[in-house]
Design a protein around this ligand. Structure first.
Ligand code: SAM
Length: 234
C-alpha cells in the first residue's frame, strides 16, 4: 500500500523523470488536480490509467474513497497540474488525513520539477538558506507580506500571478522598501517564452512594461540578500 507523490513538468514535457514515468505506468490509480491536464500528459507518455480528481475542494467523501482504495491494497500516485504536489498545490492535507487513518501507509516522493527550485538554481543568490513564501495574498495581508520581505535579509523566493506582477514590483519598492536589492524574475520557466529579468525592482518593472507580451505566463520572483554596507575603513 503506497502513495507516490509524483512531480510532473512545469512546462517542458521532456522534464519528466524515468522514475515518474514508471510510477505512473505501474500504479492502479492516479489522483490528479485537474484530470484534463493530467490526461494530456499521460497521452504524451502513452499511458492509459484510471484517473480520479483530487483538489483543494475535494470532500471527506472523496478522501474516504481514496482510503478504501489503499485499504484494498492498491498503489496510488498523486500529481498536480505542474511541478511537485504539496508545494503550493493540494497534497499535504490529503497525506495528513490518510496517515491518520492508515498510519502504516508508505508515502513515497518521486522528485522532479519545481518552479521555485528552478528559479533559485539560476539566481546566483545565496541558497544555503532561503525563504520560500508561496503566493502573496491578493488583498488582506498583502501589505504585511511585503513588509516582512523588507525585514528579511536573506534570499527570498515567491510565486506571483501575471495579473499582479507589476503591482508586486511596485510594492517591493514602496512597501518592502528594497529598491536597492538585486532581483530575478523568471517568466515561463522551461517553456517557449522562458525569460529572465535581472536587476532592481525598478529595472524589471521597466523591462516588463516594454511589451505587453512580457506580462503573459507564469512568474517566480527571487530576491537577493540585502547588500552589505561598504566599510569606510581602508
Ligand atoms: N507545485 C508547483 C511547483 O512545484 O512548482 C507550484 C504550483 S503553484 C499553484 C503555481 C505557480 O508556480 C504559478 O502561478 C507560478 O507562479 C509558478 N510556476 C509554475 N510553473 C511555472 C513556470 N513554468 N514558470 C514560472 N513560474 C511557474
Amino acid at each position: 500500500m503506497k502513495l507516490y507523490i509524483v512531480a510532473t513538468p512545469i512546462g517542458n514535457l521532456a522534464d519528466i523523470t524515468l522514475r515518474a514515468v514508471n510510477t505512473l505506468a505501474n500504479v492502479e490509480l492516479i489522483l490528479a488536480e485537474d484530470t484534463r491536464v493530467t490526461r494530456t500528459l499521460l497521452e504524451h507518455l502513452n499511458i492509459r490509467k484510471e484517473l480520479m480528481a483530487y483538489h483543494a475542494h475535494s470532500r471527506p467523501k472523496e478522501i474516504e474513497k481514496i482510503i478504501n482504495f489503499l485499504r484494498s491494497g492498491k498503489n496510488i500516485a498523486l500529481v498536480s497540474d505542474a511541478g511537485t504536489p504539496g508545494v503550493n498545490d493540494p497534497g499535504n492535507y490529503l497525506i495528513g488525513q490518510l496517515l491518520k487513518e492508515l498510519p502504516e501507509l508508505q508515502v513515497v516522493p518521486i522528485p522532479g520539477p519545481n518552479a521555485a527550485a528552478a528559479a533559485l538554481s539560476v539566481s546566483g543568490f545565496p541558497s544555503d538558506r532561503f525563504y520560500f513564501l508561496g503566493f502573496p495574498p491578493h488583498k488582506k495581508g498583502r501589505q504585511t507580506f511585503f513588509k516582512d520581505i523588507g525585514e528579511t535579509e536573506g534570499t527570498v523566493v515567491f510565486y506571483e500571478s501575471k495579473h499582479r506582477i507589476l503591482k508586486c514590483l511596485k510594492e517591493l519598492k514602496t512597501v518592502a522598501q528594497i529598491g536597492e536589492r538585486p532581483i530575478l524574475v523568471c517568466r515561463e520557466l522551461t517553456k517557449q517564452f522562458e525569460t529572465f529579468y535581472r536587476g532592481t525592482a525598478y529595472d524589471i518593472e521597466m523591462a516588463l512594461q516594454k511589451n505587453k507580451n512580457n506580462l503573459l505566463g507564469e512568474f517566480v520572483v527571487v530576491i537577493g540578500p540585502k547588500p552589505k554596507k561598504q566599510s569606510l575603513k581602508a
